[in-house]
Design a protein around this ligand. Structure first.
Ligand code: PMV
Length: 377
């Protein structure tokens, strides 16, 4: 697929108004995306577990306007006007306009809610932008005279393009990427890769692809418990963060390392080698933070409690045969990843040793999930 494939031909149907609802999850990267080129093209490939419980539900209501000269929309979070979201959504609409040209034809009401608390330090951009992108795709499907749900492979009638699940998901992921890079990994599950990689069939810089190879039983229902160390606003925005990789002294080595780690993960997934999994995932998390500490300007996004937790995880592994490991986002919270069969023991360990390092003792239990869901069409 190329960018041209996502530019639609003239729409065949007129739709005056309607409403669509999608629910889309967050995801947690194992190999991290950090650094981008123009147009949200990643500097290196990444791979993530799609989450299950941490998600955004978005209803997009649309009604045809008299003129198509500008964007027109209102945003609500949990039923309340949220004007602070408008600039990001306006930027998104500007970026996607060429691919979904109907965005200027309608007035939109965007109603959104997250299952996780807004001030939890968990970014809602991946789940939020993917949910919005999926809503736009449902509208495009209606305008293209395709009425069935996207789970039914269909032809638009065009001899050139098949408007089936694959196209729907790829274009939704493509649009989501233009909202927030990592959002393109939230459309499907349970493991999604994004960014061209020589060993991953079908991989692309333009959209996320469901991991195409064998995955060992050990990764089934893999758990992710998110320890909320710092619920404050992000200290470094994503845009600024990715920008730090321009002229970064270690950028090329880092991008190269991401490619190598992804290659190694393929075998790890196949063989269920959890010791190797731990090494790759923890090294990726620390490298992400090392990149931030060695850029100009430099940042430390970990908090003392982040380090306390990491040290306790390492001590726990020393004294048990546990395969518990951690990963980090661009913030202080810690994601604990572990096999389902360890759930009881790990939760006990969290309660006894780690809760003390969480802000207000808060943590969120989640697990690997299977992607976005159409709620109402
Ligand atoms: O999608 P963005 O632009 O918010 O960037 C996300 C970057 C990390 O979360 C730090 C890593 C990743 O791959 O998700």
């Amino acid at each position: 697929m190329t960018i041209q494939d996502f530019i639609p031909k003239a729409y065949t149907t007129v739709v005056e108004s309607g409403s669509v609802t999608w629910e889309s999850p967050s995801n947690i990267a194992l190999v991290k995306y950090w650094g981008k080129k123009e147009h949200q093209i990643p500097a290196n490939p990444s791979i993530s577990f799609t989450l299950s419980g941490c998600k955004t539900k978005t209803t997009l209501s649309y009604s045809k306007k008299e003129t198509s000269d500008d964007f027109s929309f209102d945003v609500f979070l949990d039923g309340e006007h949220k004007d602070s979201f408008k600039p990001k959504i306006e930027t998104f609409f500007k970026r996607v306009e060429v691919y979904v040209p109907f965005v200027k034809d309608y007035h939109f009401k965007i109603e959104t809610e997250n299952t996780f608390p807004h001030s939890s330090g968990i970014a809602s951009s991946a789940s939020g932008m993917s949910a919005l992108a999926l809503c736009l795709m449902s509208i495009e499907m209606k305008l293209s005279d395709v009425i069935q749900s996207p789970s039914t492979p269909l032809r638009t009638g065009s001899t050139e393009r098949v408007f089936n699940d694959d196209y729907f998901n790829q274009k939704a992921s493509f649009l989501a990427r233009l909202g927030s890079g990592s959002a393109c990994r939230s459309i499907e599950g349970d493991i999604v890769g994004w960014g061209l990689h020589k060993d991953i069939t079908g991989s692309s810089d333009l959209y996320g692809v469901k991991y195409p190879f064998e995955v060992h039983e050990s990764f089934k229902n893999y758990q992710d418990t998110i320890l909320l160390v710092d619920k404050g606003e992000k200290q470094v925005s994503s845009t600024v963060g990715h920008g730090l990789m321009h002229n970064h002294p270690f950028a090329e080595q880092r991008f190269d390392q991401a490619h190598k780690n992804l290659s190694m993960l393929i075998n790890v997934f196949k063989e269920g080698n959890l010791d190797e999994f731990i090494k790759i995932v923890e090294s990726e998390a620390l490298t992400l933070h090392a990149m931030m500490m060695t850029s100009l300007p430099y940042f430390i996004l970990m908090k003392p409690n982040t380090l306390e937790i990491i040290n306790k995880i390492w001590a726990y592994r020393e004294t048990s045969d546990s395969k518990l490991c951690f990963t980090l986002d661009a913030g202080a919270n810690v994601h604990l990843l572990y096999p389902e069969k360890e759930t009881e023991k790990v939760l006990e360990f969290i309660k006894n040793e780690l809760v003390a390092h969480c802000q207000n003792g808060h943590y969120i239990c989640d697990q690997i999930g299977f992607g976005a869901r159409l709620i109402i069409n």
